[in-house]
Design a protein around this ligand. Structure first.
Ligand SMILES: CC(C)(COP(=O)(O)OP(=O)(O)OC[C@H]1O[C@@H](n2cnc3c(N)ncnc32)[C@H](O)[C@@H]1OP(=O)(O)O)[C@@H](O)C(=O)NCCC(=O)NCCS
Length: 169
């Protein structure tokens, strides 16, 4: 994995050494209004980040790519992640500390990650699944050029699937 630089951000490949700073970022309740819960402890998060350094699913078939997002030369503010399937499809997800919402930073981070997925991982299609009432996530995906798609088997009744074609087949 590579470091990715944008106008305002640096995306760093996530490693266990990020756990202390990310624990503070990921402990904010606002992030979990729609789903998931904060990490139970910094030790738990360090162990998890350490395991994710393999960049692979347990069966080895999927690439699991995680980047932490740093405001250039300053603090960590969130993360972006992609699950890359052998078919050239990728599932993406993103989390940012709420005090940085509304500045287009999530969009900047996601655009950079999507570019890297095409350039370095042969990804041609991206998708995201999220809770229907998560309007910030919906707006972000719309701005990134994603469109609603027919739900697949793993998509819950309270969730929406959105997809974007990134490169020709
Ligand atoms: C989803 C999430 C990352 C979106 O963050 P966000 O700050 O709303 O997204 P953006 O960075 O794209 O910011 C968008 C807003 O900044 C504004 N903005 C300001 N300057 C901007 C710029 N230079 N470029 C683009 N947008 C800009 C936009 O107008 C936009 O406002 P709008 O939505 O009212 O149109 C954030 O809400 C979050 O972390 N939520 C909790 C975790 C979560 O739910 N993740 C999804 C599950 S995978």
């Amino acid at each position: 994995m590579r470091v990715i630089a944008t106008e305002r951000l640096t995306l760093e490949p996530q490693v266990a050494a990020h756990a202390d700073e990310m624990f503070a970022v990921l402990s904010a309740p606002a992030i979990y209004e729609h789903e998931n819960q904060p990490p139970p402890s910094v030790e738990w998060l360090r162990e998890r980040f350490g395991r994710l350094e393999s960049r692979r699913s347990a069966d080895g078939h999927e690439q699991w790519l995680n980047w932490v997002i740093r405001l250039r030369a300053a603090e960590l503010i969130g993360y972006v992640q992609a699950t890359v399937f052998p078919t050239g499809r990728a599932a993406i997800a993103y989390v940012m500390a709420s005090r940085y919402w509304g500045r287009g930073l999530a969009r900047e981070a996601c655009e950079a990650m999507l570019g890297e997925l095409v350039a370095s991982y042969e990804v041609r299609n991206a998708h995201a699944v999220f809770k229907r009432d998560n309007l910030r996530s919906l707006r972000l995906l719309e701005r990134l050029g994603f469109a609603p798609a027919a739900p697949e088997a793993y998509v819950g009744p309270d969730e929406l699937l959105m997809t974007r074609k990134l490169a020709p087949a």
